[in-house]
Design a protein around this ligand. Structure first.
Ligand code: ATP
Length: 357
């Protein structure tokens, strides 16, 4: 196991970036703590890469300020920030061996020959490429090439590692393996990682913190559980996965609860800390199927319109009496028998599993 490297804290304050009259980043403020793993998540064109490039110093911010461990680095060139970078397209030197690729940044730093040799050997072991040091990148698989890119970026013990969609060219199995690898490298090095992806499950699986971007704005930042279970707005709720949206009327708060009417049925949720929304949202996995109205929690009458077997889970499509489409995700092993398309059922969920948007 390697000694932990120094990790840095990054603070972005009111960062904005314009390309001509187009605003690609609008007033972004966030802090990435020492050794944290932050993922920037959002749809294509939401500004993730632009923000990463501003953090790296390859793009100058039009507005705002950035500090590294409290030191203002807003105008510091990329090579003086001490960050490592891994891109989607590996960017390995094709005419150099694996070992020479990893040694390259150490040579730029004028490390001694013995130090470079030791560090290269350590990095090759760390990314599981023992025995491949003398090969050219063209003789390696996509996953192995990405491992070399990770080793090269970590060789100089950067205080921050920036990763821009590094696995988007890999197939699903390899991608899962590389996610495990990155998580392990993060734990072993203790470095601050900032990772860009548009894949929700990748973001939730990898990070301590997720920052969700849309149209150049930061919509929410929080732990994976926070952003998934307590989204602050409909965009975040829908971007992170399927969610049932139930517009309510007559919304009122009584003690611990907020109550309202959905298609003339009374629904109740445990009162959220600070929300004045009128729409109730419930994740499909928190809704369950019953054949009669429940006395506890919420339930609404509906008809099953579709049933899709997905192995461990089964997805059910339902339509309420008022015509609202619902999705339920049930553990197949727990699915009650005797239901199918056309069945009249109830969809129920606990009062603490609704989100008010
Ligand atoms: P993707 O997932 O597709 O890479 P992204 O969220 O990383 O998307 P960015 O690449 O940051 O998005 O782009 C954000 C917006 O800024 C886009 O509308 C893009 O066209 C625009 N943009 C980015 N770079 C430039 C540039 N150099 N000149 C003009 N517009 C740019």
């Amino acid at each position: 196991m390697l000694a932990k490297t120094r990790a840095a804290e990054i603070d972005a304050q009111n960062v904005g970036k314009d390309f001509g009259s187009f605003t690609a980043l609008d007033d972004i403020s966030l802090t990435v703590g020492c050794g944290e793993f932050l993922t920037l998540l959002g749809p294509s064109g939401s500004g993730k890469t632009t923000f990463l490039m501003v953090l790296a110093g390859f793009e100058a911010a039009t507005r705002g300020r950035m500090t590294l461990d409290g030191r203002d680095v807003t105008h510091v060139p990329p090579e003086d920030r001490g960050f490592g970078m891994v891109f989607q397209g590996y960017a390995l030197f094709p005419h150099m061996s694996v070992a020479q690729n990893i040694a390259f940044p150490l040579k730029v730093q004028r490390r001694s020959a013995s130090d470079t040799k030791r560090r290269v050997a350590e990095m090759i072991e760390m990314v599981g490429l023992g025995g491949h040091g003398q090969k050219r990148p063209s003789a390696l698989s996509g996953g192995q090439q990405q491992r070399v890119a990770l080793a090269r970026a970590l060789a100089c013990e950067p205080s921050v590692l920036l990763l821009d969609e590094p696995f988007s060219a890999l197939d699903k199995n390899l991608r899962n393996q590389m996610q495990d690898e990155v998580r392990r490298l993060h734990q072993e090095t203790g470095t601050t990682f900032i990772f860009v992806t548009h894949d929700q499950s990748e973001a939730l699986a990898l990070s301590n913190k997720v920052a969700i971007f849309e149209q150049g704005k930061l919509q929410q930042i929080g732990t994976p559980r926070d952003v998934y279970e307590q989204p602050q707005n409909r965009f975040v709720a829908e971007f992170l996965g399927d969610i049932n949206i139930l517009p309510m009327s007559d919304v009122k708060s009584h003690g611990r609860f907020t109550e309202g009417l959905f298609e003339d049925q009374a629904l109740r949720i445990v009162r959220p800390a600070q929300s004045s929304g009128q729409t109730l949202a419930v994740r499909p996995e928190y809704m369950h199927l019953t054949n009669k109205q429940q006395s506890n929690g919420n339930s609404i009458a509906a008809t099953i319109t579709g049933l899709t077997y997905l192995g461990a889970e089964t997805r059910l499509d339902l339509t309420t009496r008022g015509g609202t489409h619902l999705i339920l995700s049930q553990v197949t092993a727990d699915l009650p028998q005797g239901f199918g398309p056309g069945s009249e059922v109830w969809a129920g969920w606990p009062e603490d599993k609704g989100i008010l948007l």
